[in-house]
Design a binder for this molecule. Sequence first.
Ligand code: ADP
Ligand code: MG
Length: 364
Amino acid sequence: MAPLTELSPAGTRHVFGEAPGRVNLIGEHTDYNGGYVLPVAIPQRTRVTLAPRTDCTVYVESAQYPDASPLEYRLGNERRSGGWGDYVQGMTWALTSHGLLRGFEARVESTVPVGSGLSSSAALEIAFGRAIRAAFGLPLGDVALARAAQLAENEFVGAPVGILDQMACSLADTSSALFLDTRTLEYARVPLPPSVGLIVVDSGISHRHAGGEYAVRRRECAEAAARLGVPELRDIGPEQLHRVAELPPPLDRRARHVVTENQRVLDTVDALRRGDAVTAGRLFVASHQSMCEDFEITVPAIDLLTELASRVQGTYGARLTGGGFGGSVVVLAEQGRVAAASTEILDQYRLQTGNPGRVLVPER
Ligand code: ADP
Ligand code: MG
């Protein structure tokens, strides 16, 4: 790829925008129900190097896709093409109303794995948003940036995602979990106890074709809320589970997952604040079971990974993280056991499935 200096006029100021990937500790499929989530940033990051132009042209290259021709378009002329450029065009489309009036040349580099449930798409959006904000002095806070990124992904890319990923990539850091109320966007940072470490293992099963199932779950949740007479399932507390049980299947199970998962987020936050990793680990296990039996978004390889993780010495609990139908599991472990336990889990997984899988956290 050509260095940016060759693409842009001599003397142009370059700016950088960075954003991490994220792993959601607990609170799955709660974000589009107005509920709670608890993501943490991972060490892998996406970095955008950007040089402003004086005209309205945008050129972008991504090191992730070296063989693809560079993205080139004029601001105001964004067109969806189905490729990675849609995320960039979505961001410029969304930021025009925040004062983006000129084009730029940019290069993307990233260590966030694509399509493993670690939100490479939101990392890309937020890294771009930050670079554009810095280059053109847009008056935009981190929450507004997350909202713009969600708008880009929903309305331009066409992925009906909640705001979990964008808020996490915009606001989370690697040492504390971001306890987020997705309805109000209020958030608090919950430091991870120093004795606790995270492992993320990719099953190698891509979640990419799960868009249809995701849409079905969203519809089911909306229908369950309507039948229960509330705007969102967030409005149903655990004390109302008897009403949830009267819904026709599978709406009863879908709603039960969301209602109990919201409570598990609150309980996990309490446990982490007390430094109680054992309770947090149990909540991980209960969450996985709920995703397996009630929400039905796990696959056998993911169930196996969580089982293997729970058998390894020095782990507290494991669960599917991300939208499901593949992707990764997150494991709560003793800090001193993170490296060894992640290797043991992966070795066992390879042995039993023949699938290579991959340890994503700790970064290797
Ligand atoms: P996830 O966000 O879980 O990794 P998605 O399917 O939501 O999976 O987003 C992946 C898509 O985001 C990729 O197919 C690609 O279009 C885009 N993307 C992510 N990272 C990059 C990157 N560094 N460069 C270009 N496109 C990227
Ligand atoms: Mg994504």
